[in-house]
Design a protein around this ligand. Structure first.
Ligand SMILES: Nc1ncnc2c1ncn2[C@@H]1O[C@H](COP(=O)(O)OP(=O)(O)OP(=O)(O)O)[C@@H](O)[C@H]1O
Ligand SMILES: [Mg+2]
Length: 270
C-alpha cells in the first residue's frame, strides 16, 4: 500500500506567521512505499511536522491544508473526521518524540496496547493481553509479562518509546509516521529502537516516514531522503546520493553542520 502527497500547502490564514504567499508549507510532493523508509530532514521550523500532521488530519487549530494526500484511492484531506478517525492508528500509525504524549498516565501498559487491538481487531480481553505481551517482547522490553501491569511513569524513556511503538505497530498499519522518535533518548537506546523499527518495516512491509534532524539516523534507515527548507521540499533522492552529492546549498549546509565524527559515520566522501 502506497501513499502519495501532491502539491500539499498548509497555511494559517488568520495568523501573522505566514509567508508572502500566505502559507508555511508549499507545493510538497512525497511518495511512501510499502517496506521502504522515506527520511524527512531540514532545520527546525521547515515544516516537517506540519506535513506529517496534515497527512493524518491532526493539524493544529487554525491551519488549512490544500492539495492531495492519496491513500487507498482517496484524498485524506477531504475525508470526514469520522472516517479519518478510523484510518488513524489502524491504517496510518504515528510515533512522536515524547512517548508520554501518546500514553495515558493512569492506565497500565498492557491495557493501553490491548485497547486498540480490542477496538480495531475485536479481540477478547484475554487474546488482546496475549498479543500485547507478544508485541512488548518484539520491542525487546525486558520482563514483558510483568511490565504489562506497569504504569508509564514506572518505565524509562526508552521503554516508554518501545511501548509507544508497540501500540502503533500492534495494529499493523500500512504507513507509520515517526516524528523524531529517538531524539529524546540516549545513543545506545536510540540505536536499539532504530534497529527494531527497521526490522518491523521489513517484516510488516510498512511504509515508514521518518522525521529526524539527525542525518545519521536517516542515513541508517531511509532508502530515500527529502530535504525541507522554509516549508518547501528543496531536494529528494536516494539517501546515499543526497548525502554524498547534495545538490541544494542548504543540504550541503546541513551536512557541513554535523560534527566531524557524525560526518565520518555517514561514510563515503561526506
Ligand atoms: N499553530 C501554529 N500557528 C502558526 N504557525 C505555526 C503553527 N505551528 C507551526 N507553525 C509554523 O509552521 C512552520 C513549520 O513548523 P513545523 O513544526 O512543521 O516545523 P518542523 O520542521 O517540524 O520543526 P522542528 O524540527 O523544530 O520540529 C514553523 O515556521 C512554525 O512557525
Ligand atoms: Mg517538528
Amino acid at each position: 500500500m502506497s501513499l502519495q502527497v501532491r502539491d500539499l500547502s498548509i497555511g494559517f490564514p488568520s495568523s501573522g506567521s505566514t509567508g508572502v504567499d500566505g502559507s508555511v508549507v508549499a507545493g510538497v510532493d512525497l511518495d511512501l512505499h510499502a517496506g521502504q523508509t522515506l527520511g524527512l530532514v531540514g532545520q527546525s521550523g521547515s515544516g516537517k511536522s506540519l506535513v506529517s500532521l496534515a497527512m493524518i488530519g491532526l493539524l493544529p487549530q487554525g491551519a488549512v491544508a490544500q492539495g492531495q494526500v492519496t491513500f487507498g484511492g482517496r484524498n485524506l484531506l477531504d475525508l470526514p473526521e469520522r472516517e479519518m478517525c478510523a484510518m488513524r492508528g489502524r491504517r496510518i500509525g504515528m510515533v512522536f518524540q515524547e512517548p508520554m504524549s501518546a500514553l495515558n498516565p493512569t492506565m497500565r501498559i498492557g491495557a493501553q496496547i490491548s485497547e486498540g487491538l480490542r477496538l480495531h481487531q475485536r479481540m477478547s480481553r484475554k487474546q488482546a493481553r496475549g498479543h500485547a505481551r507478544d508485541w512488548m517482547e518484539r520491542m525487546r522490553i525486558a520482563r514483558a509479562a510483568e511490565r504489562l501491569d506497569s504504569y508509564p511513569h514506572e518505565l524509562s524513556g526508552g521503554q516508554r518509546q518501545r511501548v509507544g511503538l508497540a501500540i502503533a505497530l500492534a495494529l499493523r498499519p500500512d504507513v507509520l509516521i515517526a516524528d523524531e522518535p529517538t531524539t529524546a533518548l540516549d545513543v545506545t537506546v536510540q540505536a536499539e529502537i532504530l534497529a527494531i523499527l527497521q526490522e518491523q518495516v521489513r517484516d510488516l512491509g510498512i511504509a515508514l516516514m521518518l522525521i529526524s534532524h539527525d542525518l545519521g539516523v536517516v542515513a541508517q534507515l531511509a532508502q530515500r531522503v527529502a530535504v525541507f527548507y522554509h516549508g518547501r521540499k528543496i531536494e529528494e533522492g536516494r539517501t546515499a546520493q543526497v548525502l554524498h552529492q547534495p545538490q541544494a546549498e542548504h543540504t550541503r549546509a546541513l551536512i557541513a553542520a554535523l560534527p566531524a565524527r557524525a560526518r565520518a559515520e555517514l561514510g563515503g566522501g561526506v
